[in-house]
Design a protein around this ligand. Structure first.
Ligand SMILES: *Cc1c(COP(=O)(O)O)cnc(C)c1O
Length: 347
């Protein structure tokens, strides 16, 4: 087994940098539940400003942001509409059903992105038999969609349709800043037409913990109640909020480097026979192994034995994610190891 790994498993793999640890060590703290932690207060003000919403609330995870938002918007029996690959549907342990009694229905999309027509046809008639269509969820960027960015016109179109249909809207912005860094369109513009939106500090931004949900004042007041109810109210949370603030100050613009690294890796891997690499828009590379003659899981194991870790996705695909803790040199090295493994396993 190699001594060091090049970890392309996820952008959750980042560890706090020395400077971030310095910010953590020097954080002013107070009782967050009493809203007296100055660092948390500074952080939520910053997030509200970045997303151009009245207020924001600091939470331990992105999953809790999604689940609190679902509870804010839905009553038991209501239905949420999202693309079939959405995180809320697939990776939150059935939370929408378990915690809010909400039904999830999906629309087909391409790379996680659907259109106004698909949304329209997913909405239920207003009749006693049916669940009440209540909420639309959009993921920017789309994770299982390979880091795809919703183009603004498409986003505006589905939001306009949602409004027309009387739906609430929620933006899963786990990687919203990846979209913003790549397109140059401000995060607030992407979040403009959504009732609630959130960002994750523990993905590409490189903080160890935390996410923040933003929205209108009345909803955020309700969200505070749910933060307590869901067990997300903390105490001296300034310790972790300091890392998030540091990340907002220092790690947004550099996301473009991750995107360049992802493209570099993809362009090398794409040259190998039997391998199809999906279009790279941000920091996620999806590699279709289905025509290579080797199982994605087997290939991933062989890669790991050589020191490169990535993840195995459905449909015989591999996913590589670039982030703060992988250098351009490591990405070159990972591509070289990928080619070597390919020569061995595929021939
Ligand atoms: C990671 C992720 C989440 C959940 O965030 P956590 O902070 O890991 O709970 C939600 N949505 C998307 C699209 C994600 O990639």
């Amino acid at each position: 087994m190699p001594e060091t790994y090049i970890n392309l498993f996820s952008d959750t793999a980042t560890k706090p940098t020395a400077e971030m640890r310095h910010a953590i060590a020097n954080a002013e703290v107070g009782d967050e539940q009493k809203r007296e932690d100055p660092t948390v207060n500074a952080l939520v003000d910053r997030v509200a400003e970045l997303l151009d919403k009245d207020e924001a609330i600091f939470l331990p995870s992105g999953t809790m942001c999604n689940q609190i938002a679902v509870r804010l918007h839905c009553r038991p029996g209501d239905e949420i509409i999202m693309e079939q690959s959405a995180h809320v549907r697939n990776f939150e342990a059935g939370g929408a059903a378990a915690l809010s009694g909400a039904n999830v229905t999906t629309v087909p999309g391409r790379r996680g992105i659907f259109d106004a027509e698909a949304l329209h046809s997913a909405v239920r008639p207003d009749e006693a038999h049916f669940p009440t269509s209540r909420l639309m969820v959009v993921e920017q960027t789309s994770n299982l969609g390979g880091g795809a960015i919703w183009p603004l016109e498409r986003l505006d179109a589905v939001c306009a349709e949602a409004q027309e249909l009387g739906l609430r809207t929620h933006l899963d912005g786990a990687r919203l800043f990846n979209a913003a860094a790549e397109s140059g369109i401000p995060a607030a513009r992407y979040a403009r037409d959504f009732d609630t939106a959130w960002i994750d500090f523990s993905k590409g931004l490189g903080a160890p913990v935390g996410a923040a949900l933003a929205g209108p004042r009345e909803l955020m007041e309700e969200a505070w109640k749910l933060k307590h109810q869901f067990g997300g109210a903390m105490r001296q949370a300034g310790i972790i909020a300091a890392a998030a603030l540091y990340a907002l100050d220092n790690h947004i613009e550099r996301l473009a480097e991750d995107h360049a690294n992802a493209r570099r890796f993809a362009s090398e891997v794409a040259q190998l026979s039997g391998i199809h690499v999906e279009e790279v828009e941000t920091n996620i590379v999806l590699i279709d192994m289905s025509r290579s003659g080797v199982k994605a899981a087997v290939f991933a194991k062989a890669l790991e034995a050589r020191g490169v870790v990535l993840s195995v996705m459905p449909d015989e695909r591999l996913r590589a994610v670039t982030h703060l803790d992988v250098t351009p040199e490591q990405v070159e090295e990972a591509a070289r190891i990928f080619a070597e493994t390919h020569a061995e396993e595929v021939g």
